[in-house]
Design a protein around this ligand. Structure first.
Ligand code: MG
Length: 236
């Protein structure tokens, strides 16, 4: 059970807020997903969209971005804030999406380096699963930290290809697995973790549970929790 952008929906919290991360931890989610970008003054900022308050995060400073708060009054959070919370508990991993660079490869590499370094500094590497749509970013993470747990998001690589490149998981839109059901078996044979996003309907959750997925990423963690209980009872 991975809470997509934290557990925000049921409690009406802003997505990707510290409050939504804490709610995912309180719910006992295996993972809480979030998104990170690098600012011009080298801060790693948590936000889904490339822009915050009309400003492109990768082209602005933290000070300028923080002129607007989240709807619950939080200042725009940093990855450092999230990792401090992750470090103080032992149940929930951070599914950390490094957003694609809008400033080319040098920026992409620089972002990856800063994210990996921060994980090291704070000694939380084993509590991070890196995810990205950018395959080259994932390879760069593995070059810097060969034991890192990384999952690919874009849905255009077979489990065999992922294995060859050291990628540990296929975190694809759930319809990709419905189009390529053979990838499910192939992932299991290749020891590739199966994850699917963003699954909000009971029938889709159930299909993934029946197929033995390792992770399900959802905006509805409370609903998924119930589906998992139902499914567990049905196979007892
Ligand atoms: Mg994301």
């Amino acid at each position: 059970m991975v809470a997509h952008r934290g557990a925000w929906k049921n409690k009406n919290l802003p997505q990707n807020s510290i409050a939504s991360l804490k709610a995912a931890i309180a719910l006992g989610c295996v993972g809480s997903e979030t998104d990170v970008h690098l600012t011009t003054d080298n801060f790693l900022v948590i936000n889904h969209d490339n822009e915050w308050n009309g400003l492109v995060i990768q082209k602005n400073t933290l000070n300028d971005l923080r002129k607007k708060n989240l709807s619950n009054g939080e200042t725009l959070p940093l990855l450092h804030d999230f990792l401090k919370i992750i470090r103080e508990q032992n149940g929930t991993k951070l599914m950390l999406e490094i957003k694609s660079s809008v400033r080319g490869k040098v920026w992409a590499d620089s972002t990856v380096l800063k994210v990996v370094n921060l994980g090291h500094q704070m000694a939380v590497q084993k509590w991070i699963i890196y995810i990205s749509f950018d395959y080259e970013m994932l390879k760069e993470i593995l070059r810097l930290e060969p034991t890192a747990n990384v999952q690919y998001l874009n849905g255009d690589k077979t489990p065999g290809q992922l294995k060859q490149d050291g990628i540990k998981g296929a975190d694809y839109h759930y319809t990709v697995f419905q189009i390529h059901p053979e990838w499910i078996q192939s992932a299991k044979e290749n020891n590739i973790d199966l994850n699917a996003w963003t699954v909000n309907e009971e029938k889709d959750m159930n299909w993934l549970l029946v197929n033995g997925f390792n992770y399900i990423t959802t905006n509805e963690p409370e609903l998924l929790f119930k589906e998992i209980e139902k499914y567990s009872r049905s196979v007892e």
